[in-house]
Write a protein that binds this ligand. Structure first.
Ligand SMILES: C=C(O[C@@H]1C=C(C(=O)O)C=C[C@H]1O)C(=O)O
Length: 317
């Protein structure tokens, strides 16, 4: 099957609403960690700590206090389900028990959106089967999450090829579970993930790094079709963030050339080279075309030349 045909299997993924957050359409999301779009906790982690009802409620409240946005909860047993129905915006089917069809069905039966993590030993079929158990309960708010195990302490066992296949096969949003390490955030979004699941204990710095990667890579790889001025402005802000990173990098490289050329700065301006680079860019920006790109690039090039000349005179002083 050609890659186009595979994509065509699910051209539009079924977006899932998690409280006020949309997963699977619009920007990629970050769940978990301080300042994330949504938060989650596992009640399994609370085992042995005397999981009184009050302490569970307190954990959910603590997760809510991490910031705005919905809270998802992983039950440790069927006993937790009523509390989850009462206090959470979604449920997590953990990697360790995604094959426990009874508990999976009971969890999906709450009617809340469910996030189904893949057991690292489970095949794509088994993972989709677990999602199928949720759908069989009449629950269509299903989000898949790849990266349930640990490749090393704090780092998730993440299979990006499998994540991509899940996106194409399931027609559902797919997240990448990264543990507490944001190193693969960019790679996961580039592979098609609709968002990241971070360990709730991820640091603020790591969460910020993951959010930045999601923003920049998402601006390059995710097609968005916003339907309001606000959403379109938010989308344009992401594209501008990516542009800023590239413009800064370009200015540095242009500065290097000014230092290396026999005649740098405005005196060494090369109109032919400028025309060629605009023509080359127009191949990737055919809607803008050469005529509109030329003045944009002229401004960019001149900004770079001014910067290079300012730097040169500063070092000569
Ligand atoms: C960077 C160079 O110097 C100038 C700046 C250019 C740019 O910013 O792309 C292109 C051509 C020159 O006018 C170069 O010669 O390549």
């Amino acid at each position: 099957m050609s890659s186009t045909a595979r994509h065509a299997a699910h051209p539009e993924r079924a977006a899932v609403r998690l409280g006020a957050l949309t997963v699977g359409a619009g920007p990629a999301v970050v769940i978990g960690g301080p300042g994330a779009d949504a938060h989650w906790i596992s009640l399994r982690d609370h085992r042995g700590r005397g999981r009184a009802r009050a302490s569970v409620a307190a954990s959910v409240a603590e997760a809510r206090a991490q910031g705005a946005g919905p809270v998802l909860v992983e039950p440790s047993s069927a006993e937790d389900l009523p509390l989850i129905a009462e206090s959470a915006d979604g449920a997590v089917v953990g990697a360790a028990w995604m094959r426990d069809s009874g508990l999976v069905r009971a969890t999906a039966g709450l009617g809340l959106p469910v996030l189904v993590q893949r057991d690292p030993r489970a095949t794509l079929e088994e993972w989709l089967e677990a999602a199928g158990h949720c759908a069989a309960e009449g629950n269509d708010g299903i989000v898949l999450c790849e990266g349930g195990g640990h490749a090393y302490p704090g780092g998730a066992a993440l299979d990006l090829a499998l994540l991509r296949a899940a996106c194409e096969r399931s027609g559902r949003p797919v997240l990448a579970g990264l543990g507490a390490d944001p190193a693969l955030a960019a790679a996961a979004i580039a592979a098609g993930a609709d968002g990241l699941l971070l360990d709730p204990a991820a640091t603020e710095r790591d969460t910020l790094a993951a959010r930045e990667a999601v923003k920049i890579v998402g601006a390059l790889t995710r097609r968005e079709t916003p339907d309001s001025v606000r959403a379109a402005r938010e989308a344009i802000d992401r594209v501008d963030a990516a542009l800023a990173v590239l413009l800064e990098r370009r200015a540095e490289l242009a500065g290097t050339i000014q230092r290396l050329k026999p005649v740098g700065g405005f005196a060494g301006r090369d109109a032919d080279r400028e025309r060629r680079l605009v023509a080359e860019m127009a191949r990737r920006a055919p809607v803008l075309g050469e005529a509109r790109l030329a003045p944009i690039m002229n401004a960019v090039i001149e900004a770079g030349l001014h910067l290079a000349e300012e730097r040169r005179s500063a070092t000569q002083d």
